[in-house]
Ligand binder design. Structure first.
Ligand code: URA
Length: 423
């Protein structure tokens, strides 16, 4: 087999054979196929697509590039959730302990932020002492003793995806449905969860900007999961405006703890409970009440044990950025749009995200929202507070906010998008 013929097949809109797919994934993982050759193939896939058979084979080949985990020794059914990424999407933080408090085991392998979308591990690392890197044995121990674990995927899990995802990120080939679906599902199937709920984000702050593409991505992933014996469901959820009132690492941890304490923004609570219900149903747990587990403190108890089990101090003071800058409303009226992408870019520029994989992130950086679409605002009132340790970044961040909102005259009627758009 030679890589140039594989690239030419896809460049010329052909179907890759199972042998071609198995060979190219294996050869790329071993370093026989070079990055420039794989990026040409990834671009050909982005432009010309893959059919469902090709995607299934591609996913299986990525799973076969590494190890598979096994949670069959646990006494509880496993349930996992994966979000395709958004702005202010801190849902994993309250959700994992909540679902564990309701009786499932939640093995949550999570990622870091890249570009304008935040990453769960970056958020949790703002808790002093907390460790994202666990051995497989440690992961199983935390899961078994607390009911939930949130950690980085080990190097042995779908190594082909690790290499390919990093390559796609720097070659403009992330936004291809076959590549996103196979990337996510190879990790989730290799992880060994019994059930999986996919939170497919739709809107300016998401990879999928329109509902048709999101639906195609969701149905591709549900089919991959189902065909591999994982009970898989997907929700399409709104990402046109940030979730909750914060975007940034420690800011989002603080908001998640508020949710676990029975408070927090209504949209974060609604989505956390909706996803918890789906996960519990998929795991076959029928009589649990996630709203009650938030209200009675049992989800908070699991959170505290889970953070402590990974070296973190749940009572520690969270980092606060050295400098703040308040952005005020330029006019009075009804806030009808606050754009998720623009807010995500501004938070990233303030230091909450990284431009390259190896860059550090600032724990305290990010944006607090003082109003959400539908709220009435008065000229001069605070709209956003920007946080950073590097105030020279304020101007750069503010540039991305030039067209981030619309304020309509007072009395304008406004209907917010529902959080859950489809199932
Ligand atoms: N998340 C992943 O894990 N992979 C992608 O390709 C996109 C989002």
């Amino acid at each position: 087999m030679d890589v140039i013929s594989v690239i030419r097949t896809k460049r010329d809109k052909g179907e890759l054979s199972p042998e071609q797919i198995d060979w190219v994934i294996d050869a790329y993982t071993r370093g026989v196929v070079a990055d420039e050759q794989m990026s040409a193939l990834a671009m050909a896939i982005l432009l010309n697509g893959m059919n469902r058979d090709e995607i299934a084979r591609w996913t299986a080949a990525m799973i076969a590039s590494g190890e598979r985990m096994d949670f069959s020794s646990l006494s509880r059914p496993t349930a996992d959730k994966h979000s395709t990424g958004g702005v202010g999407d801190k849902i994993t933080l309250p959700l994992a302990p909540l679902v564990a408090a309701c009786g499932a085991a939640v093995p949550q392998l999570s990622g870091r932020g890249l570009g304008h979308t935040g990453g769960t591990l970056d958020k949790l690392e703002s808790i002093p002492g907390w460790r994202a890197l666990l051995s497989n044995e440690e992961m199983l121990h935390v899961l078994d003793t607390t009911g939930a674990v949130i950690c980085a995927a080990g190097d042995g899990l779908a190594p082909a995806d690790k290499k390919l995802y990093a390559l796609r990120d720097v070659t403009g080939t992330v936004e291809a449905i076959p590549l996103i679906a196979s990337s996510i599902m190879s990790k989730k199937i290799a992880e060994g969860t019994g059930s999986l709920v996919l939170d497919v984000k739709v809107g300016t702050g998401a990879f999928m900007k329109n509902i048709e593409d999101a639906r195609e991505l969701a149905s591709t992933m549900v089919q991959l999961g189902t065909d591999s014996g994982v009970k898989t469901v997907a929700l399409l959820t709104d990402m046109s405006t940030p979730l909750g009132l914060t975007a940034g690492n420690a800011l989002e941890v603080r908001e998640s703890v508020e949710v676990l304490a029975g408070g927090g923004p209504a949209d974060v609570v609604e989505l956390t409970i909706a996803l918890a219900r789906e996960m519990l149903t998929a795991a076959g747990i029928k009589d649990a009440d996630p709203a009650k587990a938030l209200a009675d403190g049992s989800a908070m108890d699991v959170w505290r044990r889970m953070i402590q089990a990974q070296g973190g101090d749940p009572d520690a003071t969270l980092p606060v950025a050295r400098e703040q800058h308040v952005v005020t409303a330029p006019s009075s009226g009804v806030l009808t749009r606050l754009d998720a992408y623009d807010i995500g870019i501004a938070a990233w520029r303030l230091g909450a995200g990284r431009a390259r994989k190896e860059d550090p992130v600032q724990a305290g950086a990010g944006i607090e929202l003082h109003a959400k679409p539908g709220d009435t605002v008065t000229a001069g009132q605070p709209l956003l507070t920007l946080h950073t340790d590097t105030p020279e970044k304020f101007d750069y961040a503010l540039k991305s906010l030039d067209a981030a909102w619309d304020i309509a005259p007072e009395g304008t009627s406004f209907t917010a998008n529902p959080i859950v758009l489809d199932r």
